[in-house]
Structures are given as structure tokens and as C-alpha cells.
Write a protein that binds this ligand. Structure first.
Ligand SMILES: Nc1ncnc2c1ncn2[C@@H]1O[C@H](COP(=O)(O)OP(=O)(O)O)[C@@H](O)[C@H]1O
Ligand SMILES: [Mg+2]
Length: 142
């Protein structure tokens, strides 16, 4: 996979395969921002991806704001959906999370708080089509 990259998936199985392919590019330390409507498949993509790093307890961090996982890699999993003010993010130590070396970070609904995103990141966007197929596109931001 080389960025920018886009694919159309017709089933969750295909999403899982794409997530597996993308996971091969990750070594830890990356920031991955995921955007797309509710139910578009952001959490599901992360869930499938993290199986490759021996993590199988992925859940949506919508209420907790952040979940942390440890498999063959350490992972921070944020969800900005319920955050009303940027201070809530700083209160839980957002900046410290991002300095953790070798930790892979996912941020669902990243585009709700664009001002806090590191300038170097990978962005993935999810769009659901009328026929329920999905467009998943990847790009590198630096
Ligand atoms: N091709 C697909 N890729 C990902 N999820 C799919 C797909 N088709 C159906 N789904 C379903 O859509 C839902 C996506 O939910 P979720 O991953 O929680 O979305 P989000 O985190 O973007 O709100 C899941 O219930 C999943 O099973
Ligand atoms: Mg989600």
C-alpha cells in the first residue's frame, strides 16, 4: 500500500483484509486520525487491525475518551465524539499520550478537534455509499 490510497469495500470481511494490509505499515509511534460518520466503520477497522498485534479487547472509547491496549504493541485509542471542549482532552493528559514512544495512536472523529492534531499523521476517511459499500481512503499528512 502506498499513500494516497483508496479502496471500495463491500463487506466487513473486506474491511478486515484492508485493515490487515494497512497494519503491515505500522511499527508503533504513528498517529492515525480516522474520520467518517457514526457507524461508518472506524471502530470496526481498528478492531480488525489490532488483531495483527495480538489485541482483541478493542471497544469504542466514546465515553471514556481514551482506551489503552497492550499487545505486541502499545496502543492509545481516542474518540473525540463526546468532547465538548478541548480542555477535557488536556485534562486527561492528551499531550503526554502523544509523547509515548513506540505507542500507536488512533483518533476517531479527529476532524472535530483539528487544532490538537499533530502535524505529522496518517488520515483515513470512511464514507458509506447508498448501497452500504464503503470508500476507505488513506493519506499521509506531514
Ligand atoms: N464493510 C464494512 N466495514 C466495516 N463495518 C461494517 C461493514 N459493513 C457493515 N459494518 C458494520 O457497521 C458498523 C460500524 O460500526 P463502527 O465500527 O462502530 O462505526 P464508527 O466507529 O465509525 O461509528 C459495525 O456494526 C459493523 O459490523
Ligand atoms: Mg467508533
Amino acid at each position: 500500500m502506498e499513500f494516497p490510497f483508496a479502496a471500495k469495500v463491500n463487506s466487513e470481511e473486506e474491511t478486515a483484509r484492508l485493515a490487515g494490509e494497512f497494519s503491515e505499515l505500522l511499527q508503533g509511534g504513528e498517529i492515525v486520525a480516522l474520520n467518517g460518520d457514526l457507524g461508518a466503520g472506524k471502530t470496526s477497522f481498528i478492531k480488525h487491525l489490532l488483531r495483527n498485534f495480538e489485541i482483541d479487547n478493542v471497544s469504542s472509547p466514546t465515553f471514556a475518551i481514551v482506551n489503552e491496549y497492550q499487545g505486541s504493541l502499545k496502543v492509545n485509542h481516542f474518540d473525540f465524539y463526546r468532547i465538548n471542549k478541548v480542555e477535557e482532552l488536556y485534562d486527561i493528559g492528551f499531550e503526554e499520550y502523544l509523547t509515548r514512544e513506540d505507542t500507536l495512536t488512533f483518533i476517531e472523529w479527529a476532524d472535530l478537534l483539528p487544532e490538537v492534531l499533530p502535524s505529522k499523521r496518517i488520515e483515513i476517511s470512511f464514507v458509506v455509499n447508498d448501497d452500504f459499500s464503503r470508500e476507505i481512503s488513506f493519506k499521509n499528512i506531514s
